[in-house]
Design a protein around this ligand. Structure first.
Ligand code: SF4
Length: 315
């Protein structure tokens, strides 16, 4: 049995060596519409022993030695939900002794209600919990939880954990068309996230085929609009795929390219751009350059300055 996979390139985390601590069958607390692993074969909240720890650590140690110089992180994940593994803390502690990279876990948050799970999560440098729903009906529709899970205790425990946790917390929100992407629902999500101590929110959609047909992805523009909606509500959000996947604004060239992509895709108001690229004092200079180069034009709409592509409507 192979427990280690990768390294895989990850936009969110860099080059990651993965550790699967559940094993072959997809065992999860949820059966999400969008799950890329297919339908859950066993939906449960019962934690258990899934993999022989010594075998896993031995395999990990060998693979890590091969790739250590090219890695950014080591990620504990699963073909299912990794916090179902009752040995999570032991495995994390053993791996931490071997590595000199950050240890990450991807979790669907549902078992964070259990003190032992929160205790294990404290061993990690980066925790990436999912939160797709702000109310129980939406939770049931999108995440299809095991019977005994309800959303509010999960939210309360996530907030509690976020306040105690000393590592980095990246909350992942996956949006599906017509299910959890309305402005009203996004505002509710923003209200919950604001109660957490988090580093950033990573916004995603079902880019790859999901387990159920109802998993319809948002378009790039819709994903971007959702990101802006959350930003306007004070959430530090980073959409992670497609257009926005390239939203690397570490240099002026990147910022210019990203702004142009964005404005070619949809008209943007001045205030939209300020909120989206809040970190940048270079924004005005680059907008002026793009106008000068006739790559964008400035118009007034409802007394607000908007920037649009000069080619809109000409295609
Ligand atoms: S929590 Fe993850 S593994 Fe479980 S069903 Fe949802 S997407 Fe799949």
């Amino acid at each position: 049995m192979t427990y280690i996979f990768g390294p895989v390139p990850s936009r969110r985390l860099g080059r990651s060596l993965g550790v699967d601590i559940i094993g072959e069958k997809k065992i999860c607390t949820l059966d999400c519409l969008y799950c890329e692993l297919g339908k859950t074969t066993k939906r449960t909240v019962t934690r258990g022993h899934f993999v022989p720890i010594d075998d896993l650590i031995e395999e990990f140690s060998n693979e890590y030695e091969k790739f250590r110089d090219s890695l950014d992180v080591v990620t504990i994940t699963a073909s299912g939900e990794p916090t179902l593994n009752i040995d999570l803390k032991t495995i994390a502690v053993k791996i931490k002794k071997i590595i000199n990279h950050p240890l990450v876990i991807l979790t669907n948050s549902t078992l964070i209600t259990e003190p032992e799970v929160r205790e294990a999560l404290h061993e990690f440098d980066i925790v990436v919990p999912s939160l797709d729903a702000a109310d129980d009906d939406t939770f049931r529709e999108i995440n299809r939880p095991a019977e005994n899970i309800s959303l509010q205790p999960v939210i309360d425990s996530l907030i509690l954990f976020s306040k105690e946790f000393e590592g980095r917390l990246y909350i992942e929100v996956l949006l599906l068309k017509g299910i959890n992407d309305s402005d009203e629902h996004l505002s509710m999500l923003a209200d919950i996230i604001r109660c957490c101590n988090y580093d950033k929110v990573q916004l995603n959609t079902a880019f790859r085929p999901g387990a159920y047909k109802k998993a319809v992805k948002l378009s790039d523009v819709e994903l971007l609009d959702a990101a802006m909606h959350l930003k306007k509500r004070g959430i530090f959000v980073e959409p992670v795929e497609n257009f926005v996947k390239t939203m690397d604004i570490s240099s002026e060239i990147d910022l210019k390219k990203t702004l142009l992509q964005l404005i070619n895709m949809r008209p943007c108001s001045d205030s939209d751009l300020r909120q989206l690229f809040s970190s940048s004092g270079k924004l005005e200079k680059i907008i002026d350059e793009l106008i000068e180069e006739k790559k964008i034009i400035s118009i007034l709409k409802n007394d607000q300055p908007y920037f649009v592509s000069p080619f809109i409507g000409k295609k």
